[in-house]
Design a binder for this molecule. Sequence first.
Ligand code: AGP
Length: 610
Amino acid sequence: MCGIIGYVGEKEALPILLDGLRRLEYRGYDSAGVAVAGKKGVKTARAIGKVAVLASRCERKTLSGMAGIGHTRWATHGKPATRNTHPHTDCTKSFFIAHNGIIENHEELRTELTKKRHIFKSETDSEIIAHLIEEEYRDAQNLEKAVQFALLRLRGTYGLAVMPNVLPGKIIAARMGAPIAIGLGEGENFVASDAVPLLPHTRTVLYLEDGEMAVVTAKGHAVRTLQNKLVTRGAEMIEWSADNTQKGGFPHFTLKEIREGPEVVRNTLRGRLIMENGLANLGGLQNITQSLHNAKRIIIVGCGTALHAARVGEYMIEEYAGIPVEVESASEFRYRKPVLDKETLVIAISQSGETADTLEAVREAKRKGTMTLGVTNAVGSSIARETDAGIYNHAGPEVSVLSTKAYISQLVVLVLLTMHLGRERQMSLSAGKRIAKELEELPKKIEKIFAQEKEIKKLAKKYAKYEHLLYLGRKYNFATAFEGALKVKEASYIHAEGCGAGEMKHGFIALIDKNFPTIAITPETSVYDKMLSNIQEIKARGGRVLAVATEGDRRIMRLADDALYIPKTLEMLSPILAVVPLQLFAYYLTLERRLDPDRPRNLAKSVTVE
Ligand code: AGP
């Protein structure tokens, strides 16, 4: 997810662009850049790191003009580097673009344009848009048409701002799958990824819809569809209070990122499912294809939430690919002298890609000549760079200390990896197709869970008074128990413990009484009846039970005191749905305790020290 800002009007553009980028940093912060159209043509400035670095660089340059575009990046293709920083331009420096989204057919377009002697300066998918416009402009000799024809050739998603090297300033904005807002002012107009950076200037905002493009000048704007149909939709008045604009209208990043779950699943899957063959298309594994084929054993390492995702991956890969898998906390793996060989694959899961213990585990595996694969959300992070291959989450920046949307994405990546490994081993075509179909259904199913948000808030109010909570799960939801408990522990400071339901009778049940409620993750799966027995044992000892069950389950409320429901799905996908009500439950428990879920005490977003 990246941030785009554009301005055209009667004021100097640069300060407006820099302020807008500062307000958009929550959308991405690994590099930033601006392009300003002035009397001497378009001048640009780019910098790695936060917008403040770009601002100080701009102080040493003259970027004067009354039109400009800016971009703050969350890398998806091409590591954080000046050459990969937007705005990108074409060979003739006639068109400058800032892009948010993923162009799925960027490789084939890059090949085609290279054959036409276009010179690329970056490794990004975005840069091809500028060259495509340049190519179309040669025939169309009209900017709007050139942009329109170029966009019709793209597959994937874009929120886009295009600024030509002409005066008076003009910006063309377009949207397909990634938001674009047009801010309407007096003698000035704005383009942005969302309303956040517009609020200091205007509250009159027109949101583009997919397949629309807008021509924006200081004097006005016009919106058409890519099929050239005029759009006359009116603007909206934004009511957001200034202080929560960074969170896109949500009170906390935690809630914003939980609610991004459906979009995160779509972005994680984008371009990676071959439905008709039930296959996963994972570009980042090209250079370890043979090692994957020869893998006789897999070890998955991670910390915290990433470790819980690893546990789910273990069950998936063993059941559907038939490869033995071990899961280990990275902080243990790196010290215990693991026995590794060339037929072992070590997978390191890390949202930040910078967790010290996970990074050291990768180094330990490499020292022993073992192939390593990274699953990270940060392009160009240490783990992404040091592993032999990788799969990016494409989940967008996760700002809250609580890892929520990244966990969802990690599980989806592990399903894709299971399909990749399984289909060349024991997974049938029909199994692959069924999983692919169910994966595509997930976003809608997560949206359905959000409809219970009021009920979840009510239950959080009821359970916030307890000092102890037990989370129980089995098999694919064994890890869900630990992940649900971790969310509560780290944000609300309630003592919450994850426990494999089968383990309960080996000690934990001694703690159960009316002051120690249980959250029982009990979707209709192969271990449903076992979970019902656990609930009965708890009830027999006076314990209260909140169950997470499958919608339509008529038996659960004969036993449990409360229940939240998730839509039916494949057993291997049930942890992706089951964790969503638990994330919201932890969030509202935290609010009930008058705490800030975004910044829990004693914790950092990324534990880069040992
Ligand atoms: C999860 O909510 C915690 N913030 C923490 O356990 C986190 O998952 C862990 O530190 C691993 O971080 P990583 O995924 O960036 O490696």
